[in-house]
Ligand binder design. Structure first.
Ligand code: SF4
Ligand code: SF4
Length: 508
């Protein structure tokens, strides 16, 4: 099929996939404890449905979604709730947050699932509900609740194309690649569910051209399925071709405008891991309790691709990988480009975790001393979103966030391409990550202050209205009093009337 290209990117970024790409998926053992941060998705944190001491089964909902943008959480194995308290969470801040801890019993007893092999008989609303209740979020790293993304019926633009994102462009990570190689038929089945839901004319499954075996597996699964609407294609290996907007541009030539989402131009794009989770939720009736992740880097003795229960502490995965090597320097969640450092291996795997990179000294992006910007423009040439990182850096650094916002700071996908090419070793993406959070806080505060101002103005208006109404009432009262005849006048008029009546009576 015809392909397009996007601006910038890094065509020759070292991939480091060989360390793990040929390792089949192994199922990680049940850990002693499973830890579930309640806020492991975009939106409101989930609300606990269990109490300390409760017995739970695998697949049981232990926390409910709160509001539209939220997702429930399900137990990954049977056991007893031992704690509901703050625990370290996987976040660049290194903060703790409310989490449910389950002490597992090793039995792995499950709830009864409700499979829907006949998904064509279900309405879109029923399928959206199944996906929402299964707690599925974007497993490519975004963790946005998938049910919202698929609820496109009220959109003005009809969905024409479904894109299945198998372009795992970040170095070191191979979990999606293994999933596509080993479970391609289920991903094709998941694709059929999505086509049924979205009413899209075509589905395009994209993988990079550095994975010919994977492409063959998918092609075979598609041929076996014989659904003419599903096609697979290979795309050039250029980092970050797996970015949602970059992939859409590569496959369709269409650009998603700033501030818009793909559905606004008739496209829905979904990571292949998420498609697998949808297949499991609908066809097997199983909620999201596990995912595939890559554990790699020179800091572990034996890298692995593992099917892991969400909630598993990272230390348990390091044990599966035969422990740390002497070179282990830094624990990173995600890859070296977009991942972030973790402060402890007691932190659990969450829904968005696709890789644990145990990096050695030379695998860590060396923090060379940043030098002044020499205005070479290399960062702008590398930026896949066509931003001007040099100017964004200037405004972010000087806290001129409004000006950075005008230069579309929020479109920055934090890919780090600008960092890699900057001869002055300026950690640009880090600045932008900080500036984006600060901008969010600033906008939120602005919203709150606008609400407060509107409330104050409404109150002032009401008080002025009340005052005017009171004044009007008082004026009317005074006028009425002024026009009212005096009591003596009334008495005199009554007396005159009586006298007149009596004289008439006498005449009679
Ligand atoms: S690449 Fe670095 S030095 Fe060159 S313009 Fe961008 S920020 Fe400045
Ligand atoms: S981190 Fe942001 S500014 Fe830098 S290249 Fe990526 S998208 Fe562009």
């Amino acid at each position: 099929m015809k392909l397009w290209s996007f601006h910038g990117g890094l065509p020759s970024l070292a991939e480091h996939k060989n360390e793990s790409v040929n390792l089949p998926i192994e199922v990680a053992p049940i850990p002693k404890v499973l830890i579930y941060p309640l806020g492991q998705h975009i939106g409101n944190a989930a609300k606990p449905l269990v109490q300390v001491g409760d017995k739970v089964l695998r697949g049981q909902k232990i926390a409910a979604a709160q509001g539209m943008v939220s997702a429930p959480i399900h137990a990954g194995s049977s056991g007893t709730v031992s704690q509901i308290a703050d625990h370290l969470i996987p976040h660049p801040s290194g903060f703790s947050a409310p989490s449910i801890t389950i002490e597992t019993d090793g039995l792995d007893a499950e709830i009864d699932y409700t499979p829907h092999a006949d998904f064509q008989q279900l309405t879109v609303a029923q399928l959206v509900d199944i996906i929402r209740e299964a707690g599925i979020v974007g497993l490519g790293g975004a963790a946005f609740p998938t049910a919202i993304k698929l609820n496109t019926q009220s959109k003005a633009v009809a969905i024409d194309t479904l894109i299945l994102n198998g372009a795992e462009c970040e170095p070191y990570i191979s979990c999606d690649d293994r999933l596509l190689k080993e479970r391609a038929s289920r991903i094709v089945e998941g694709t059929e569910i999505l086509l049924h839901m979205l009413g899209a004319k075509q589905a395009i499954l994209a993988v990079e051209d550095n994975t010919p075996d994977t492409f063959s597996s998918i092609q075979e699964a598609i041929n076996n399925n014989n659904n003419q609407a599903i096609n697979a294609t290979q795309i050039p290996t250029i980092y970050p071709t797996g970015g949602e907007k970059q992939l859409i541009q590569t496959l369709t030539g269409k650009e998603v405008p700033s501030g818009k989402i793909p559905a606004d131009i008739g496209i829905v794009s979904i990571n292949v891991g998420t498609v697998y989770a949808i297949q499991q939720a609908v066809i097997e009736g199983k909620p999201l309790t596990s995912r595939i992740i890559t554990v790699t880097g020179e800091g572990v003795k034996k890298p692995h691709n593992l099917e892991v229960r969400i909630g598993t502490p990272i230390s348990a995965l390091i044990d599966v990988c035969h422990g740390y090597t002497k070179q282990a320097e830094r624990l990173v969640m995600g890859g070296p480009m977009m991942g972030f450092a973790l402060s402890s291996d007691s932190i659990p795997v969450v829904k968005a975790t696709n890789c644990i990179l145990v990096a050695s000294q030379h695998e860590v992006v060396t923090e060379k001393r940043a030098m002044p910007c020499i205005r070479c423009g290399l960062c702008a040439s590398a930026c896949p979103v066509s931003l001007s990182p040099q100017q964004l850096y200037w405004f972010s650094r000087s806290d001129q966030l409004d000006k950075a916002a005008q230069l579309n700071l929020s479109d920055c996908i934090e890919c780090g391409c600008c960092d890699v090419v900057c001869p002055s070793h300026i950690p640009l993406a880090q600045h932008f990550r900080y500036a984006k959070s600060a901008l969010k806080v600033q906008n939120h505060e602005k919203q709150l202050s606008n609400i407060a101002r509107e409330r104050f103005e409404a109150r002032e208006e009401r008080l002025a209205r009340d005052k005017a109404e009171r004044a009007e009432r008082s004026r009317k009262k005074k006028a009425a009093l002024k026009n009212k005849p005096a009591k003596e006048e009334i008495d005199a008029a009554v007396s005159r009337s009586k006298t007149k009546k009596s004289s008439i009576d006498n005449e009679d």
